[in-house]
Design a binder for this molecule. Structure first.
Ligand code: SF4
Length: 179
């Protein structure tokens, strides 16, 4: 076995034993993933469930994401909660552009992800056409638990611990490399 492989095996054993043995890159990703601050962006009924995710029962604070920011300049994750009208789309894009890099997007609910029941001229049929979405949350509306699960999945993506449905390892999401 090559020396490098031996070293990596030792590192893995130490990490499995609970010892923190990491690179700076991993440490930064770990810190980022536990302080994902959402920009306040509720659009419709889904927003009520989003607000409920921070209450005493659901307590999104356990995952470091309870600090909803009124200013996009202090936020790094946009939760699009509800249907997006075409009139509102440029405003949402502006808010997204004002968020500092790296940044991520969660599309919450059927309306945000696919237009839901509003298959008409006024509603954007997928917010991914306006901003790059990292996580889609199904449901009408999704329960707060679903949103919390989505935040946990996003944390994995930020730390580079995510896999696709075929078991292929996905690289860490670097927000600044996207359009
Ligand atoms: S998915 Fe359902 S709850 Fe959410 S905005 Fe659409 S209609 Fe409202």
């Amino acid at each position: 076995m090559a020396l490098k492989d031996l070293f990596e095996r030792d590192v893995q054993e130490l990490e499995d034993a609970g010892l923190l043995f990491s690179t700076l890159e991993k440490l930064v990703a770990w810190g980022r993933s536990h302080s994902l601050w959402p920009a306040t962006f509720g659009l419709a009924c889904c927003a009520i469930e989003m607000m409920s995710s921070t209450d005493a029962r659901n307590d999104l604070a356990r995952f470091g994401s309870e600090v909803f920011r009124a200013s996009p300049r202090q936020a790094d994750v946009m939760i699009v909660a509800g249907r997006l009208s075409k009139k509102m789309a440029p405003v949402m894009r502006r808010v997204y552009d004002q968020m500092p890099d790296p940044k991520w997007v969660i599309s919450m609910g059927a309306c945000a992800s696919s237009g839901g029941m509003f298959n008409n001229y006024a509603i954007v049929q997928n917010v991914d056409s306006v901003v790059p979405v990292d996580i889609f949350v199904p449901g009408c509306p999704p329960r707060p638990e679903s949103l919390i699960y989505a935040v946990m999945q996003l944390q994995k993506k930020v730390r580079g611990e995510a896999y696709d449905q075929r078991g292929t390892h996905l690289p860490p999401v670097e927000g600044w490399t996207r359009p």
